[in-house]
Design a binder for this molecule. Structure first.
Ligand code: GDP
Length: 471
């Protein structure tokens, strides 16, 4: 354990700004004397005690509830002191400064320092209160942008994901034990594979891993969401479509900073999956763009398009049989990437008849996705919502999904590859038993990275530095 993990730490645990209540939290060893100095009394463990929080002269800075959790029965596994004061920024700063000052008085707790982001949770991990996947779920719960994401983070936090990983690891341990025992008796190698049904066990483990991987992929989608770009000529109905999509469910609307001519992104949700929609207003070629600001906005739009999960090419049904209009559409399309992510959306069905619609659809190139809808009447909107989820690979219901990160997916894929390689050695039936054993070990280790059974200190640094301070 690094020295910094030994220091007592203090932070304002509540969000910045004004609130009814604000919390200053301290974690470390031997906090009882500090608690006494701050509150003027001995605090009973895990009991809310109402009273003043005292400055150096013994005058109250504020009054509130003090909670003392002696180690190991606390969030971090160390002694934890929580001061629940009034939630004003000045009060909380004073209280935090007072904690540092009181700790310095008479060398009471000389190493007390402000906490780094995520340091409380990092300690919970280091003291075996949470495994790494659960610790990450704490941050994901706080950052969740939809109800489904929050619920799945809570599921991971309760250990649902970790238990599935541990079950896979247990299966691998059993198999490794068999193999390693056999390694000591080389003449029985070939027999072993038959008798212990090593290949059968391996195949079943791989199947179970695939199920976990699939669920984790869904969880990652809930966490990250998908990015959808709406492209098309002015007046095709881009903003109307965005509004229609947003209106279908209670939307969380977050415009990204920028001018009105810049791209605008809003996050909405479809069945609980966050969908970041970017409206590429006023897409013209750089040469036509009037000024520098507009050119920058346009460059950003193209960046967004390049990274999107789906690009909706919006056409105005009432105009797209007009050759000039169609040529302008094709000019935009020519600059859109990767046909596999492109969907032609023909808008304004309410203004054309069925024959017109059919004539337009007949012109869609072979193999390209197309649908018709009306952003105004919302006719056909549900089809688009389904298609977006399909494109993203969402097929779960949010119940039963645990939140997951790219890091977990990478580790799961690696574990899966090593099982594959192990199966290859098992099939060879020659002197490959030690290689078989080695692949099982590597698979086992890859899974261990998810829960933190194996984790480098720099990995911990990366994970916890993205937390908010005080968590
Ligand atoms: P944008 O420039 O691509 O963002 O297009 P807007 O969303 O501003 O729409 C341009 C015009 O088309 C507006 O007057 C909208 O009311 C209208 N409009 C958009 N969608 C529909 C639709 O489905 N049906 C009809 N009749 N009008 C629409």
């Amino acid at each position: 354990m690094l020295a910094r993990h030994q220091d007592p730490i203090v932070a304002i645990a509540t969000a910045p700004g004004r609130g009814a209540v604000g919390i200053v939290r301290v974690s470390g060893r031997g906090l009882a004397p500090l608690a006494r100095r701050l509150t003027g009394r001995d605090l009973a463990p895990r009991v809310a005690t109402y009273g003043p929080f005292l400055d150096a002269e013994g005058r109250p800075i504020d009054q509130g509830l003090a909670l003392y959790f002696p180690a190991p029965h606390s969030y971090t596994g160390e002694d934890v002191l929580e001061l629940q004061a009034h939630g004003g920024p000045v009060v909380l700063q004073l209280l935090m400064a007072r904690c540092l000052q009181a700790a310095a008085e008479g060398e009471l707790l000389p190493r007390l320092r402000p906490a780094e982001p995520g340091e409380f949770t990092e300690r919970a991990f280091l003291n075996d209160k949470l495994d790494l996947a659960q610790a990450e779920a704490v941050a994901d719960l706080i950052d969740a942008s939809t109800e489904a994401a929050a619920r799945s983070a809570a599921r991971s936090l309760s250990g649902d994901f970790s238990r599935r990983i541990e079950a896979l690891r247990d299966g691998l341990v059993e198999l490794r034990m068999l193999v390693e025992a056999t390694l000591d008796f080389p003449e029985e190698e070939i027999d072993f594979l038959e008798k212990a049904d090593a290949r059968g066990r391996l195949a079943r483990l791989a199947e179970r891993l695939d199920v976990v991987l699939d669920t984790a992929r869904q969880g990652a989608l809930l966490r990250e969401g998908l990015t959808v770009v709406i492209a098309g000529q002015p007046n095709a109905g881009k903003s109307s479509l965005l509004n229609a999509l947003a209106g279908a469910e209670l939307a969380i609307v977050t415009p990204i900073a920028g001018t009105t001519r810049d791209r605008v992104s809003e996050t909405l949700q479809i069945e609980g999956v966050p969908v970041h929609v970017i409206d590429t207003a006023g897409l013209r070629s750089d040469a036509e763009a009037a000024d520098e600001v507009e050119r920058i906005g346009i460059a950003r739009s193209w960046e967004a398009i390049a990274g999107a999960d789906a690009v909706l090419m919006l056409h105005d049904l009432t105009r797209c049989l007009d050759p000039d209009y169609a040529a302008a559409d094709r000019a935009i399309e020519a600059r859109l990437p990767d046909r596999s992510r492109r969907v032609h959306v023909f808008n304004k069905t309410d203004r054309v008849d069925a024959a017109h619609r059919a004539a337009v659809l007949a012109g869609v190139p072979e193999g390209e996705r197309a649908l018709t809808l009306s952003a105004k009447t919302r006719d056909g909107l549900e089809g688009l919502r389904r298609l977006l989820l399909d494109l993203a690979g969402w097929h779960a219901s949010p119940d039963g999904v645990f939140i997951a990160r790219e890091r977990h997916l990478t580790a799961l894929r690696r574990a899966r590859e090593h099982l594959e390689l192990a199966a290859g050695w098992a099939a060879r039936r020659d002197e490959a038993l030690d290689l078989f054993a080695e692949e099982l070990r590597l698979s086992h280790d890859a899974l261990g990275e998810i829960t933190g059974a194996f984790s480098a200190d720099d990995l911990l640094g990366v994970i916890f530095s993205r937390f908010c301070i005080g968590k």
